[in-house]
Design a protein around this ligand. Sequence first.
Ligand code: NIG
Ligand code: FE
Length: 412
Amino acid sequence: MNTTQTEQWQTLWINIHLATMTDASNSYGEIEHGALAVSNGKIVWLGKEQDLPQFDKHQVEVINGKGLWMTPGLIDCHTHLVYGGNRANEFEMRLQGKSYQEIANAGGGIVSTVKATRAASEQELLASALPRLTALHQQGVTTVEIKSGYGLDTTTEIKMLKVAGLLAKKLPVTIKRTFLGAHALPIEYKNQPDAYIDLVCEEMMPTIAKQQLADTVDVFCEGIGFDIKQTERVFSAAKKHGLSIKVHAEQLSDLGGTELAAKYKALSSDHVEFLSNDGVKAMADANMTAVLLPGAFYFLRETQLPPIDALREQGVAIAIATDANPGSSPICSLQLMLNMACTLFRLTPSEAIAGVTCHGAKALGLSETKGQLKVGFDADLACWNIEQPAELCYQFGVNPLSTLFKAGIKVI
Ligand code: NIG
Ligand code: FE
């Protein structure tokens, strides 16, 4: 690189170790004693500090990284951050012996959050979601996916997605919005799931697509959610509207939702504890990402582990997310998920970190711009007060985030 190009550098980090996450095959893609330059919000150079080209010290802001580690800003690729109320009462019921499914079947569960979300104003939803997003952000998160799905009527689904959009104006976080109208059956459609799916496909989805309130569609394909036929109707409508597809599948049973999603070239299948070998193969063939949600596994005290070895053998990218929601994962810490991905799912620390960087990006269709330290990628950068990357997974409770940059600008 010659000096003419370096003149355009705006910020340069020196004396920093880089976990580039560009080679997710069990490595952090480390560049120790590195340097990284940013211009117009993008990474424009990175490498060993000793290989730095000549640059004009008066033109460039030089930041001494003091030997810290830098990773891509973290990505939480599966959340339900916007909702009304909370479900601490159901937590108590579960401790008295009721199961998640029993509570759902008795009119609690998702449907009870729907009541509270319908009753809340846009401002109230924004005010309750903001501390959750702040908690994620303060732990190094710069991109978050947020799903609708606690409205289950057109007005409230739109309200949720609008609030998710407003959150991006409150904090320097990229928000990706997903329409999850097919999350549960609202009470007014009791025993009429097909009529509700008509509403999702024929009224909600066209409006949301037209107003560009979401670019992805998700379905809860499960005994307490929607069956395969209903799921397929939603996928087929999503395809018609040019929206990407995701699925909550194989969380509590194996209905084949993942294989169906693979046929529709979905971005990801999420949960997947009960995924079969054929399901894993289908994911590999369709280049889908498996989003593992250790928070829900932990909080529901599940025992069926996702098929990690099969996913590894088939080369399926594994992402890790909080699934932050009031019912199955009231957890707003991606750092805790890194720890649980290792302790509960036996992922290696580099696999877990790939899960919240490059593979988190892949699960959101952002693998060309986010989740890696690479020339041309967004300069969403997290600097950590650690001596080795594995510390991000190893210790929990002391926040090692030192500084955070969004598009090259210091935000923490
Ligand atoms: O991802 N599985 C469906 N949706 C959420 C649970 C939502 C809730 O219980 O409120 C999940 O686990
Ligand atoms: Fe979820």
